[in-house]
Design a protein around this ligand. Structure first.
Ligand code: CTP
Length: 402
């Protein structure tokens, strides 16, 4: 998803420097081209060879190196990237940036670059809280630097507090957001995700194998495009994407209530949740004990949340569903598209390898109201989510043109 993007990763001298190596891998995995510049302090913790190996590019270390300066000057280096990420950014680096100093390769590039800069501080809690660092951080904000705040927890120096380098997934997501055009800015969208759990005693429930990956990918990509994203999610072990407003629920009835509350204000709703169609009619107050006989659980239907939205939706609201099928994919999906009054439906063949529950990939067909069927290639769920939002953006445009 970062194909064609160039990221300069500045690493300064803190213990979290070792974590920057994984960050390089995360960017490279998404096809970004990564160039690393290390301060002298950073080289005390990790060797340039580590970053060179992971990025497949030479690592910048020395401002006055005749050989590397003749190959590519520091000014030219500052012009190349689409984004500069500083991880970890030490108190010293932050102080130099606030003062506008340029006494090594990294700080010189930082003064010369016009690319957006994402600062990811990491330091001891007392250093983070020191009035000088507070003042410097305020100055960085005023200078237009973007910041991924450090996390709270146990620090390498055995103290507790704020100062840990932010989670790498949060840094990665913040970087993606800077690099993604804000095509959904000003839009409010709702995504439902995951399974629902329908309990019949305090410790047992009926559900399905949905993990929430598709819905979380939809929420993540919409947030990258600057939408205000509400994620109504059944139980899932996936971490909520940064900046997404998450509304956790357990049962279909709770999901219906949460969705109904939010729906009227939404520009688009994408129901990716695998809602249980039935719930047990009785909920035993205590754990059911095993007996020699069989046990019968009576089920009653849950409301169809999406069909309900289709009957009350405002004319300008875009409504999208998923169809999870094991047979007659197109017929069943077409029926749901019409019956639930959707703009389009994403049809998923659950029997296909690499698609459906729990996979990171998906191969789907998109059915439109005019009968068109678009077969998308086998791709990651993030990429499928991108295609879904591209389509929704086109519908927004056509609604606005009317
Ligand atoms: N859906 C919903 N509420 C339900 C069941 C499904 O909102 N009680 C939504 C799903 O989130 C999905 C779409 O409807 O976007 C289709 O879900 P699916 O499970 O494929 O179909 P069902 O309508 O449940 O029909 P069936 O189980 O007969 O295939």
């Amino acid at each position: 998803m970062l194909q064609g993007k160039s990221i300069l990763l500045g690493v300064s001298g803190g213990i979290a420097a070792y974590k920057a190596a994984e960050l390089v891998r995360m960017f490279v995995r998404e096809n970004a081209s990564v160039h690393v510049v290390m301060t002298a302090g950073a080289r005390q913790f990790v060797t340039p060879l580590t970053f060179q190996t992971l990025s497949s590019n030479p690592v910048g270390t020395d401002l006055f190196n005749l050989e590397s300066e003749s190959r590519i000057s520091h000014i030219h280096k500052a012009r190349i990237p689409d984004l500069v990420v500083l991880a970890p950014a030490t108190a010293n680096l932050i102080a130099k940036m606030a003062a506008g100093m340029a006494d090594d390769l990294l700080t010189t590039i930082l003064l010369a670059t016009t690319a957006p800069v994402l600062v990811c501080p990491a330091m001891n809690v007392k250093m983070w809280e020191h009035p000088a660092t507070r003042r410097n951080m305020k100055t960085l904000g005023e200078l237009g630097y973007k910041v991924v705040d450090p996390g709270v927890g146990s620090l390498a120096c055995k103290e507790e507090g704020t100062g840990r380098l932010a989670e790498l997934s949060d840094i990665f997501e913040a970087a993606c957001r800077v690099l993604t055009p804000p095509t959904l800015a000003g839009r409010r969208v709702l995504v439902s995700a995951g399974p629902t759990w329908e309990p019949f005693d305090p410790v047992r429930f009926i559900s399905n194998p949905s993990t929430g990956k598709m819905g979380y990918a939809l929420a993540r990509i919409a947030a990258r495009r600057a939408a205000e994203v509400h994620l109504v999610t059944g139980p899932s072990s996936i971490e909520s994407p940064r900046g997404v407003l998450t509304h956790p629920v357990t049962t279909a009835l709770q999901m219906q209530e949460a969705v109904a509350k939010l729906a009227p204000r939404m520009d688009a709703i994408v129901m990716a949740a695998a809602v249980s169609d039935y719930r047990p009619s009785m909920l035993a107050p205590q754990k059911l004990k095993k007996t020699r006989e069989g046990h019968t659980v009576c089920l009653e239907p849950n409301p169809d949340i999406l069909a309900g939205l289709g009957t009350v939706k405002p004319p300008s609201q875009v409504l999208v569903g998923f169809a999870a099928e094991t047979e007659n994919l197109l017929e069943n999906a077409r029926d749901k598209l019409v019956r639930k009054n959707l703009h389009f439906i994403v049809a998923n063949n659950l029997t296909q390898k690499g698609s459906g529950f729990g996979c990171d990939t998906n191969e789907v067909k998109i059915l439109d109201r005019d009968g068109t069927v678009t077969e998308l290639p086998f791709q990651t769920k993030n990429e499928v989510a991108g295609e879904v939002w591209n389509r929704i953006e086109r519908i927004f445009e056509s609604i606005a043109a009317k």
